[in-house]
Design a protein around this ligand. Structure first.
Ligand SMILES: [Zn+2]
Ligand SMILES: [Zn+2]
Length: 355
């Protein structure tokens, strides 16, 4: 098998040839055909996430030590199955759910792998999908994506399931409720798409970048707010006609938290996804008096991936602009992503001759 590996953080990935593993027990060997290149891969490549305020989270503390293969948006074809892998056949095309837990704890047994304290995430902790082959611990992590463009299907494993899980955490909405989406990058647009696909008509997109707000309108946001405006909380309440039932914050900094929490109607819920960083200082009584909920959301679970895939299969989900490039261009792609030269998503093609 061929893998593109981090040999040293921040340096070009190395093409490495190694023996293709044989699946044992419940394992399944997937031949990767498409592999999404996610913005968070840039941080894994660098070796750390910047938490703001001079704090860093080092990926080595989570087991990601070079040589390491990134890639947590895999799509491929089942090539071999272990003797105890049931319900899966060689030749099936599948999305691989990457947010895999220990498999033993109560959370994992309930398919809530993303709440496991010992996650084995593909491409973050375990070898990932910048590779021609990928070993998956159990067939349950394979999701059928028949009828969906393969490159788009790959991205559902990350931005799609993250957006869907965040939307699922909103409190019950009334027909006149609006939902604000703060931060209109890739996951923000995916969130708008999921909101629209699940029947939310009043989506208000919030960002500091006019071009992102324009993209959000194209994705189905009814109204937009440039949050640099001085009285953003009042403006957001005004746009929502005092009925902001939910906020999904894909930025996650003090200013966006204050905006979201301040503008919610009574009983509304603020869902925090973004990891920009910082600290929140907020008076406590209003949370009780206004019956506001705050909930964090980290990626999503297996059932949520199945559900977002079902939405995509019904053609209800608007898809991100995607480009597919040969796998051996991975270093150029990472550089383009770093230089913000990528519109939408780039997906590696492992079927092209240039692998
Ligand atoms: Zn990702
Ligand atoms: Zn677990």
């Amino acid at each position: 098998m061929i893998s593109y590996q981090i040999a040293e953080h921040g340096r070009p990935l190395q093409k490495v040839l190694s023996e293709t593993p044989k699946p044992r027990g419940t394992e399944v060997l997937v031949r990767v055909t498409r592999s999404g290149v996610c913005h968070s891969d840039l941080h894994i490549w660098d070796g750390y996430f910047d938490l703001g305020g001079g704090k860093r989270f080092y990926v080595k503390d989570r087991g990601c030590v070079p040589p390491f293969t990134m890639g947590h948006e895999p799509f491929g074809i089942v090539e071999a199955v272990g003797p105890r892998a049931k319900g899966v056949k060689v030749g099936q095309k599948r999305i691989v759910f990457p947010w895999i837990g220990c498999g033993q704890c109560a959370m994992c047994k309930d398919e809530l792998d993303n709440y496991c304290t010992a996650m084995r995430t593909i491409g973050v902790v375990k070898p990932g999908a910048y590779s021609t082959h990928l070993l998956v611990p159990h067939p349950k992590y394979l999701v059928d994506a028949k009828g969906i463009d393969e490159a788009f299907a790959a991205t559902l494993a990350c931005s799609g399931v993250t957006a869907y899980s965040a939307v699922r955490k909103l409190a019950r909405l009334t027909a006149r409720d609006a939902v604000a989406v703060i931060g209109c990058g890739g996951v923000g647009l995916a969130t708008i798409a999921v909101l629209r696909a699940t029947g939310v008509k009043n989506v208000i997109a919030c960002d500091v970048d006019e071009s992102k707000l324009a993209a959000a309108r194209e994705f189905g946001a009814r109204l937009t707010l440039d949050t640099r405006t001085p009285d953003a909380v009042q403006k957001l309440q005004g746009l929502a006609k005092a009925s902001l039932g939910g906020v999904i914050d894909l930025v996650g900094m003090p200013a966006t938290a204050h905006l979201g929490l301040g503008a919610l109607r009574k009983g509304g819920r603020y869902v925090m996804v973004g990891l920009f960083g910082g600290e929140l200082q907020h008076p406590l009584p209003p949370f009780a008096l206004r019956a506001i909920g705050i909930v964090g959301s980290y990626v999503g679970n297996l059932q949520e991936l199945r559900e977002v895939v079902a939405l995509a299969r019904k053609k209800r989900l608007k898809k991100m602009p995607l480009s597919t490039r040969p796998a051996n261009e991975v270093n150029a792609i990472l550089e383009d992503l770093k230089a913000a030269k990528v519109l939408g998503r780039v997906v590696l093609d492992f079927e092209s001759a240039a692998t």
